[in-house]
Design a protein around this ligand. Sequence first.
Ligand code: MCA
Ligand code: AMP
Length: 614
Amino acid sequence: MASTLPRLPLFEAISKHDPDSTAVVHCLSGRSFKYGELLPDVARTRNRLYEAAGRSDIRGERIAFLVENSYDYVGTHCNPACDSGGTCHCAAAFTTLPPAELQYILSHSEALLLLHSAKYTTKAQEVLSTPFPDPSPNPTPHPHPKLVELPKHLGGTSSSAENGETNGAAQAHLSSDDADTEGAGMMLFTSGTTNRPKGVLLPETALTAQCNSLISAWKYTPRDRLLHVLPLHHIHGTVNAILTPLFAGSTIEFLFPFNADTVWRRFAKPFLQTNGNGTSNGVTNGDSAATAENEAKYAHLSSAPITFFTVVPTVYTRLLSTHPNLPAPIATAARTAINPENMRVSISGSAALPTPVKRAWRDLSHGNVLLERYGMTEVGMALSCGLDYTDRVDGSVGWPLPGVEARLVDPETKQIVTEDSAEGGREHSGEIQLRGANVFREYWRNPEATAKEFVEGEDGRGCWFKTGDIALRRPVATGTGSGSSGDWARGSMYFILGRQSADIIKSGGEKVSALEVERELLSLPEVAEAAVLAVPSGKWGQKVGAVIVLHDAYKPKGWKPMDMRRALRDRLANYKIPQVLRVVESIPRNAMGKVNKKTLVGAVFKEDFSGDEM
Ligand code: MCA
Ligand code: AMP
């Protein structure tokens, strides 16, 4: 059956890739899908959405989806994100969130449909039977979205698809007739300093600008094969690791949830010696039952080298700490796999990369220097070090990416920090402000928050987005920033110093609002007062810590971390639940009733600092 899709940049790019080249692979099953199948499958999903909505114009509506990391996710994601034939904003795919948080997202985004895979049928039903959030995030409560089940596309095996056998896919045609992409885009939820997560509206034009910028800086190609281990409710997992590779014609291989041992084995596979009977050497560990189990589990791993890897610092820390436990042949092959000749680019971002982790990775990989970059849900990737190794400086996040404008502004004086602002040799820091086609449009149904985060430009060329991150710019050694990574990578480099607000915590790359966690703690009968703080941690970057004062009635019995976890389990995502807890008699406050969190964390949690901070 022929289907028509609008002529959007992403679809146009996909239609030009070799139809027999591999778009998506499921790492453990080896199932694989080709570029030639993708657009017909996008069109099929779009038709199913129309059918479920009972109309063929769903412009401006929101479609939420709960789909596992897979080819089906890719087809779904391309669809609501970019399909102007029935443009819609997707809410998000937060498969790991508890029903209460998902219900908040559905209610706030006023989703028309909740598209789910068979795997999430029970969860989708559970979410819809969860009470609406109180207070409602909308002036008038919205009816529940309609549930739509997405049929699973099975695809071929990696060998059949990679040998050019087709799955009998239909054709999809691109039409320029409907060029109205106004409503198309993606909505991701992010924690801010205030209360509940905000819906960040990224129009299709911003997503395309972000992808073009990354292709220009990091040079994704059809020869790249990216191992995808990240969650899909963030820019990192979606734009950097799905949409941009699709634009470039690269192969995306899903391995989720992240498991360090499996990642090492996948990296190693192409570089393992095979023994006489064709099986890979090095899977044995002396236990024959475990060996058989491993051989079955890893039987379908592809032998194509992974060339592209983009993750958060916690993932590199985990990989470094598990490498010594691998059987020797796998450990050796894995080191070969990550050396710079085989793994073209390994990127770290979403949180600060500790220099010891960067050095340890370089040593283990025979010289692969991690490329650090800085981004944010509201803007995608903004600053990056360069592909040329001389343009990867310890502690620096590089230069504004192609198409992105950046400046530093003194938070107190509001003066723009220039290269000459350094007084008496002291470096001058400022808030990073950004503008460009990559920037989001608005926080969903929250004009006050949107207005607060933008500042008018003095040059009449548009507003700047205030990131809340503090950085400085520093001249670097000769040779660095000379343009060898591209014209954008020139001059002084940016170094992030931290966040302006102590109420934003970054744990394992996940952003947590201290106020949101405080709000949930204060809604519990046991808790009289609560302060939620960022506790330094080597493994997580920061851990979420809670300081609690109990109501008198609960003081004799006390409150243990397990009690807290049990009480919060159904209300907050796992990563938001405090990892460390202190019950105190009182929380010190200043005359205005405010808690000085920077002082409190040192006073209360000193012993909980991991001791492995890097
Ligand atoms: C899992 N847990 C966490 C976190 N993740 N706790 C704190 N912080 C976290 N990030 C909880 C688990 O629920 C579990 O709780 C316990 O910690 C141990 O879980 P474990 O299995 O060891 O962890 P994991 O499930 O393997 O996850 C670790 C992870 C994951 C792979 C590092 O957190 C992750 O994928 N993070 C990346 C997030 C990301 O993509 N960020 C990008 C956003 P329990 O024991 O109670 O069950 S930023 C972004 O997009 C911008 C644009 C940018 O710049 O990139
Ligand atoms: P999110 O809103 O989850 O997209 O997180 C964005 C935030 O992550 C930024 O505002 C920074 O605080 C932080 N971040 C991202 N990349 C880096 C990096 N390379 N170094 C330090 N912080 C980073």
